[in-house]
Design a binder for this molecule. Structure first.
Ligand code: VGL
Ligand code: ZN
Length: 197
């Protein structure tokens, strides 16, 4: 589908975690090729705005110490520590919408829709669903980083809340902790009723 036809006032573009730590080769949790999607994401931002669609950006935003990090018993190298260069949205990204921070309380903030306590597993909603409902959004297009982690979690939650959900393959890249993770993520998304385009 050409960009311009993807959006209308009931379709929102969700730009996930296009931050220095993921998108810059010297970032703390660099996603291979992360910097190469930014131009594509900017095209989607422009197309969405031109069609009157809502654009929202998520930003992984962790305290210095959180069980999300390897050094504190979790699984990830330190990344996106609040108020550091790594947590800033990439300077080439066009920001034309609201920015929603996730993980601020030390939770695993994989999905833009929910955060999860890494110790108890308890989940809590973020403001995203309310922001979308308030604007009458029925459909979301999800792009950004990383395809197999936060893009996947956001798209699955979007679909689970009843939104028609599309992920654009050429506007995302996977971190691929295990080989094949990114392809498996696309398959899991399709299996859950998400359109992978
Ligand atoms: C992410 C790993 C840890 C992501 C965030 O944005 O995909 N991945 N925290
Ligand atoms: Zn994180």
């Amino acid at each position: 589908m050409p960009d311009a036809e993807r959006y209308n006032e009931r379709t929102a573009l969700v730009v996930v975690d296009v931050q220095n730590d993921f998108a810059d080769p010297s970032g703390g949790l660099y996603v291979q090729g992360g910097e190469t999607i930014i131009e594509r994401v900017n095209e989607e931002v422009a197309a969405a705005r031109a069609a009157g669609a809502f654009v929202v950006y998520t930003q992984d935003w962790h305290p210095e110490s959180t069980p999300h990090f390897q050094k504190d018993g979790g699984v990830w190298p330190v990344h996106c520590v609040m108020d550091t260069w790594g947590a800033e949205l990439h300077p080439d990204l066009h920001i034309q919408g609201d920015v929603l921070r996730k993980g601020t309380g030390g939770e695993d903030g994989y999905s833009g829709f929910t955060v999860r306590d890494p110790e108890s597993g308890a989940e809590a909603p973020t403001a995203l669903e309310r922001m979308l409902r308030e604007r009458g959004v029925e459909r979301i297009v999800v792009v950004g980083l990383a395809a197999d982690v936060c893009v996947k979690a956001t798209a699955l939650d979007g679909r689970a809340t009843g939104l028609a959900t599309t992920v654009l393959r050429d506007a995302t890249r996977g971190v691929g902790v295990e080989p094949g993770d990114t392809e498996r993520a696309f398959a899991a998304l399709e299996g859950a009723g998400v359109t992978v385009e």
